[in-house]
Ligand binder design. Structure first.
Ligand code: ACO
Length: 369
């Protein structure tokens, strides 16, 4: 019987979840009953990860114990070093991360099924180490063995840049990583759930998710916004430069969204976090000014189109402010989204049914016998 085909599964409900809610109509992103924009400005990466995995924010003692576990698991072990050294130097960071994550399956006595929160913690702890080690390897710079920060995000930035990060930059990056952790049944999260539904292990599910995230249509870098800000260059040039783009019928990168037809709550949270930092960072100052001018110009040139700032705009501003090399934008997104993927893998394993959608055959009818 012929059935309607559904391109890209748009609008198809494929899972029930208690982890996250994305409502594009009213601009809401909710993590287990908490607004993500509030978590981003008031809670740490660790508190939010704990919430997504365990269903509630941690108490003081739970948080201390949890942070100690993450610190223990973020070591560059000889096994991990060997694995990464064996990958060809020219392998891009996301492909290297995918291979290393898959290869870690079975290490330290971890069973394949069912996936556990401990495995989610270990994977989340180790991903920044993988990203930073590969980055130093590829650049011929020294991996800082002695980064002593206990906070996950501060530790990650220290590993990348070889020195302790400036506290306001840590706060901005913390907010970004909290907001990047979870966003419903996006392509990579769906990939993770599909793999988990087969009874495969959490490392394979996360490896598949990294593969999906690597695609430019999903984890693509906010480089268009960086280019826009660099071309604008100074506050004085913001209005005339963007006006000239709109006059030529071009789009302003970092504005408009397919789902959010009102303010993107992630952009709002990042605007709030970066507002206090703009006086100390010329890039954030320029971004805020450019945003105000862009919104005004979009109302003038595209009245009634509901064009608001999207998350890419402030993600770019934060990445540029902390001097994150563009090649690390997607790996950094990955180091945050691994929390959402693993939360979904755990949820899938608790009420598992293998995914088995159907296809509609549109090929030729059989001929002959
Ligand atoms: N600048 C100028 N005009 C815009 C912009 C923009 N950023 N976005 C949409 N418009 C205009 C279009 O020209 C169109 O105008 P028209 O009616 O006169 O033809 C109208 O608004 C509707 O545009 P659509 O493309 O139909 O809107 P859609 O919701 O499909 O597009 C998209 C969403 C692709 C994100 C779009 O807004 C865009 O190209 N933005 C710039 C690129 C960008 O910021 N991408 C990152 C998105 S965030 C993310 O993916 C996580």
């Amino acid at each position: 019987m012929k059935q309607a085909s559904v391109s890209g599964l748009e609008g198809v409900v494929a899972a029930e979840t208690k982890i996250g809610l994305v409502d594009g109509e009213i601009g809401q992103l909710v993590y287990r009953g908490h607004y993500a924009r509030r978590l981003a400005v008031s809670r740490s990466f660790e508190e939010t990860a704990y919430l997504l995995w365990y269903g509630a924010l941690p108490g003081k003692e739970q948080l201390t114990a949890f942070k100690a576990r993450l610190a223990k698991h973020r070591k560059l072990t000889p096994e991990l070093r060997r694995l990464m050294d064996a990958i060809p130097e020219e392998t891009p960071p996301m492909s290297a991360a995918m291979s290393v994550v898959a290869a870690l399956q079975g290490s330290e006595g971890m069973t394949a099924w069912p996936p556990s929160a401990e495995q989610a913690e270990r994977l989340t702890a180790v991903l920044p180490v993988i990203v930073a080690y590969r980055h130093h390897l590829q650049n011929g710079t020294e991996y800082p063995e002695q980064a002593a920060e206990t906070d996950h995000v501060a530790h990650y930035l220290h590993l990348l840049f070889g020195r302790p990060a400036w506290a306001p930059h840590v706060r901005a990056m913390n907010a970004y990583m909290v907001l990047a952790m979870e966003h419903g049944l996006n392509a990579s999260t769906f990939a993770a759930r599909v793999v988990a539904s087969t009874g495969s292990d959490i490392h394979s599910a996360v490896g598949a998710a990294i593969g999906a995230m690597k695609g430019p249509l999903h984890g693509g870098a906010p480089s268009g916004v960086i280019k826009l800000l660099e071309e604008i260059g100074s506050k004085d040039n913001a209005e005339p430069y963007m006006r000239s783009l709109l006059e030529r019928g071009e789009r302003l990168m970092g504005f408009g969204h397919r789902i959010y037809k009102t303010s993107d709550p992630r952009a709002e949270a990042l605007r709030e976090v970066t507002a206090g930092l703009a006086k100390d960072d010329p890039w954030l100052d320029l971004a805020q000014h450019a945003e105000r001018e862009a919104i005004r110009l979009l109302e003038e040139y595209k009245p009634g189109r509901k064009l608001f700032t999207n998350v890419e705009f402030y993600a770019a501003a934060v990445m540029r402010a902390v001097r994150m090399p563009p090649v690390l934008f997607t790996p950094t997104f990955t180091a945050a989204r691994v929390v959402g993927w693993t939360a979904h893998v755990l949820e899938q394993s608790q009420h598992n049914r293998i995914f088995r959608p159907q296809s509609v055959y549109i090929g030729p009818a059989p001929s002959g016998d």
